[in-house]
Design a protein around this ligand. Structure first.
Ligand code: SAM
Length: 265
């Protein structure tokens, strides 16, 4: 089994963080598609926490290129919206455990708000897979999407987290304000992730996904004037009602309802 599949099968549930397995599989398949096209580039992330998604990206990297990890790490006093909790020690231990070495990861410690994208390009080259999951404010989201655009190859894909998470409404606002001037546009949505690319490559990615991920295709919608395909949402990200009814811990209110019904006989 290759390192990525092994990580998906055994590592994903052991590394702390936020990544739905459907989204992880989608990213893996997308990375393989890029390789099949001869599209090279670095892989990395803003906002790595303990490395759950970062490891997937790192294991998909081109063999001769380091990947990049951008995070506040221990400077959590700068984490203005409290999203995640970077931890350099936990991150490095996970890289060592699931990738076998850590020397091919370039670390950029500090706020992405102060990061010059040229430093990432200089250290790792332009990117083909770039995840934006750092600060969840409007300003951070817009800033980080601008960095992703500046670092990406024309065919690069940017993956942004939490656009539809009602706990972080400013991420959606950040995407909206990025799109007013930015080049990248969404082409796919998977559980908790929106994938963006340059519009000239959207057709190629959508065709690939419709062929390779057809078993998870839900529907097509329109965002910012372009078609976007949804994968794995209907049964992927939220527990189905049957599951909620089976496991009342998923819905604390249900316990009370069950108890009061039992009282009434
Ligand atoms: C939601 S967590 C990331 C989850 C991670 N992508 C995963 O796969 O589990 C958000 C991360 O962003 C980092 N962060 C928050 N604000 C940041 C900023 N301004 N610059 C860089 N990193 C930031 C936090 O330290 C935290 O590790």
């Amino acid at each position: 089994m290759d390192a990525f599949s092994q990580y998906l099968a055994s590592g994903l549930s052991r590394v702390d963080g936020w990544l739905n397995p459907v989204s992880a599989a989608f990213v893996g398949s997308l990375g393989a598609f890029q390789r099949s096209q001869g599209w090279t580039g670095s892989c990395g992330e803003i906002g790595v926490h303990h490395g759950k998604l970062f490891l997937a990206l790192h294991l998909l990297r081109d063999p001769d290129r380091p990947s990049f990890a951008i995070d506040l790490f221990e400077d959590q006093h700068l984490n203005s919206d409290g999203s995640g909790n970077g931890d350099y020690g936990a991150f490095m231990r996970n890289i060592q455990r699931w990738a076998g070495r850590t020397d091919d990861v370039k670390i950029f410690k500090g706020s992405s708000l102060d990061l010059d994208p040229a430093r990432v390009i200089e250290a790792c080259g332009r990117s083909r897979l770039f995840s934006v999951d750092g600060g969840h404010t409007e300003a951070c989201t817009r800033n980080d999407l601008e960095i992703a655009e500046a670092v990406s190859e024309p065919y690069g894909v940017t993956i942004i987290d939490d656009v539809f998470n009602e706990f972080f409404p400013e991420v959606a606002m950040g995407l909206q304000s990025y799109v007013a001037k930015g080049r990248l546009r969404p082409f796919a949505i998977t559980p908790n992730k929106v994938m963006l690319t340059d519009p000239q490559f959207a057709r190629a990615y959508r065709d690939w996904a419709r062929a390779d991920f057809s078993h998870r295709y839900d529907k097509t919608c329109v965002m910012f004037g372009g078609e976007v395909d949804l994968y794995g949402i209907r049964y992927g990200s939220y527990p189905g009602w049957k599951q909620v009814l089976r496991d009342s811990s998923l819905y604390p209110g249900l316990k009370k309802i069950k108890a009061s019904l039992a009282e009434r006989g």
